[in-house]
Design a protein around this ligand. Structure first.
Ligand SMILES: Cc1cc2nc3c(=O)[nH]c(=O)nc-3n(C[C@H](O)[C@H](O)[C@H](O)COP(=O)(O)OP(=O)(O)OC[C@H]3O[C@@H](n4cnc5c(N)ncnc54)[C@H](O)[C@@H]3O)c2cc1C
Length: 404
């Protein structure tokens, strides 16, 4: 697929804005790359001292993959991803098949891109390698903002500060940028936790057959898929939350496996291939009425954290990044507030829909109705249900929204 987001728009105003991004996760790095591709300079301030993702995988649907290819990330992405041939939904208790959905080459033919599965750290590396050196400043923890009619000042924990024409909060679900620009709204805990680990493929007995496998049970589900070009496997169990004492701390695999006593034994066996899993609570948020002030806006989880049941949180962050960079490139300094207004008008309905769908999919998946639904659905019908998410072309939408 050709990289179509390349040269700056021919009518790009000479007074390109100085852009600061707080947060160097997927949203912040994808925005920096999209900005670079349309000729805008930006600096990303990341609070960690060095790149950091932990061990976890990510599914990227065709909507995000198409965008990343256009940003020139295609070769890097292919080198570190696995491309699943099918989605394989199974019953929780005996592992028998509910529905198998072949997705290669069907997704590429229908949506213009494949479904990729990869390590988060690998995606970050792919994005970082495409950015000019020095774009990301590590150890820059934002602790305050001061927005005036002329600019925004960002204050950091070490006493330093930076000034920009526009500030983008890409600092995740507990965004400090949002806390400075909007009334506080606590994220909503779903009552579920995710346990994650990445193991060598050889330990799993799954072979190299590239599939996303999902066991559906009432109140929990288990998911696994290949990452690191098929050399490793990402394991995820989503289950009712325990006390919050061990959030973020490793949990012994044996303890997790014992909670699956009546499940298909293949699931507990997969969990026992690692020593421990990392547990984190699953949060989302009701859609916010506004994301922006005249010089500050939000992207990714800072704007719209969502439950992972549709595997779209990072995908929507990538769409945000491409849309915002496109709109800012057409705006120039005098047009920043209008560009941020158009950005919110474009992205809010789309991301609110995906947030709501992700909650709905989770509720369905964790009820007996979920298995019954899949058993009575064809592969084509399931792909039709995903089509509005996957066929959506964010670049086309952003260009249609930009002032001419
Ligand atoms: C279990 C699970 C599975 C998931 N699976 C998928 C999937 O398969 N596909 C998918 O698309 N999505 C998935 N998601 C969602 C996805 O992980 C998130 O939507 C995505 O990571 C959001 O990226 P982000 O950059 O907006 O936020 P984050 O990844 O949270 O990054 C925010 C960054 O900002 C930095 N930061 C925070 N505060 C400050 C500060 N004050 N100053 C400077 N820097 C700061 C942080 O250090 C971090 O680097 C999943 C989520 C979970 C929990």
């Amino acid at each position: 697929m050709a990289a179509t987001v390349g040269p700056p728009p021919p009518n790009r105003p000479a007074s390109a804005p100085r852009i600061a991004v707080v947060g160097g996760g997927i949203a912040g790095l994808a925005f920096a790359l999209a900005a670079h591709r349309v000729g805008l300079e930006c600096t990303v301030y990341e609070k960690s001292r060095q790149p950091r993702d932990g061990e976890a995988g990510l599914q990227l649907g065709p909507n995000a993959v198409r965008s990343l290819y256009r940003l020139g990330a295609g070769p890097g992405l292919r080198a570190v991803s696995a491309l699943p041939a099918e989605l394989d939904f199974r019953r929780w208790d005996d592992g028998t098949s509910l529905l198998r959905v072949p997705i290669r080459p069907g997704y590429a033919e229908r949506f213009g891109a494949e479904h990729h599965v990869l390590l988060r750290a690998d995606l970050r590396e792919v994005l970082l390698r495409l950015l000019p050196a020095g774009t990301v400043r590590y150890g820059g923890r934002c602790v305050g903002l001061h927005e005036s009619a002329d600019d925004v000042r960002i204050d950091f924990a070490d006493g330093a500060s930076a000034v920009a024409d526009v500030l983008i909060g890409a600092d995740g679900a507990h965004s400090c940028v949002r806390a400075h620009t909007h009334p506080y709204e606590a994220p909503v805990h779903s009552g579920m936790d995710a346990y994650r680990a990445v193991v060598p493929v050889g330990a799993t007995g799954l072979g190299r057959a590239p599939a996303v496998r999902l066991w559906l049970g009432t109140d929990r589900h288990f998911l696994c898929y290949p990452v690191a070009g098929g050399r490793r496997v990402n394991l995820v169990l989503v289950a009712p939350a325990e006390s919050d004492e061990s959030w973020g701390k490793p949990v012994e695999a044996e303890r997790v496996a014992r909670t699956l006593a009546h499940w298909d034994p293949a699931v507990a066996a997969l969990i026992r291939t690692c020593a421990e899993l990392h547990r984190r609570p699953l949060f989302d948020r009701d859609p916010l009425p506004s994301w922006s002030t005249p010089r500050t806006t939000l992207i990714g989880d800072a704007a719209h954290p969502m439950l992972p049941h549709q595997a779209q949180g990072a995908c929507q962050a990538i769409e945000d990044a491409l849309a915002l960079a496109t709109l800012l490139a057409h705006a120039g300094r005098p047009g920043i507030a209008e560009a941020l207004r158009r950005y919110h008008a474009l992205r809010a309905p789309r991301t609110a829909r995906v947030q709501a769908d992700s909650r709905e999919y989770g509720a369905l998946m964790h009820s007996p109705a979920g298995a019954a639904f899949l058993a009575g659905t064809t592969a084509e019908e399931l792909i039709d249900l995903m089509a509005p998410t996957y066929a959506y072309d964010i670049e086309e939408q952003a260009l249609a929204t930009a002032p001419t």
